[in-house]
Design a protein around this ligand. Sequence first.
Ligand code: HGY
Ligand code: MN
Ligand code: MN
Length: 405
Amino acid sequence: MMGNEAGLKIEEMLCQLADATRIDGEIWRAAYTPEDRIAKNILREWIEEQGLEYREDAIGNVYGRLPGTKPGTVLTGSHLDTVKNGGKYDGALGVVTGVAALGYLKQSGYVPKHSLEVVGLMEEEGSCFASGCQGSRAICGTLKEEDLEEVGRDGVTLREALLSAGYQPEALKSAKRDDIRAIVELHIEQGPVLESEQKQIGIVDSIVGIFNYELTIQGSQNHAGTTSMPLRHDPVVAAAKFITESTRQMMEQAPSATLTYGMLQVFPGMQNVIADHVDLRIDMRDGSEEALLQDEVILKRALESIERKGFKTRLSKNHCLASAQMDPNVIQVIERHCKEKQLAYKHMNSGAGHDSMVFGKHFPTAMIFVPSIRGISHNPAEATAAADIQTGFELLCDVLKELSE
Ligand code: HGY
Ligand code: MN
Ligand code: MN
């Protein structure tokens, strides 16, 4: 492979995918939407152009396959969906690089022993169906019948969304895979470490655990002009106190934790009305379940301080993703190729969630990170240099080749 040809081509494909799936100028490829269909149609063309076999499973994951001569499959890929107003690289880079790698191997005449497959996974971000990772959970067999009743952002259940997108929720079990020998997910780092340390590759050792909560803070709805300041019971002010206090305490007492308040809704939401209540969504992450349970105590203590001021609160933990260790053998294969290629690499932990944390509980799984420019992610400005994509692509080709033998 010469120069950055593959890196530049992958970059061009990512731009094409992003441009075809914008809504009002924002990239948002949510599960079972028209944008999701457009992305899959484009992907199908690319997969077939490379001479790979295309298929979609019952939950909507898309696959490209380079058949091998023996049973068993080595899987690469990532998620095809994005967050709202997301970037071009998160998820899509792993899918597109996987298609390019399998295409390159096929065109170079390589016939794998164990089949190679690239997958574009459904709804990792949970931007419609908040529990997230539905694609990888279906592949692992942990997405159950009852999970199809999850109500999404648009008020429809996952089952209804699947049906209206032409999928077969009744065939959910057929999406489960038992033939996977190894999984390698290539992804952008989404943080500043690789760039600041001038590394080309990150080898992921572990991925953080995530607890998500819904919180309601109840106040007393009243008139903005006639209710004097000492007499009002404003849940927005209580929410602001809670956010400030919990953030301060978390930083002091649990420096490894992250705490994010990314969704706040004020009801009824009028300029001249003291609110009735505020709904918040909380994303809290840390290295292990034990750590997260301790962090939860800090969160609850901060909540008690506003309850003492007379506000009723309701906190419910709605989703948990367990932290995950990546597979030492797959890591070893990646590391050996990094050394052979004399790449600047480092082992690291991922603060972002990935399908690999679901896969890692069922199949030997590891992740390759490439640097994110200025560490920006979940943002339209997300970017990775073509030279770094090229490095990731070449490493992925070699790793897949070895794992499929
Ligand atoms: O939220 C996450 O960490 C991931 O980007 N889905
Ligand atoms: Mn993401
Ligand atoms: Mn991602």
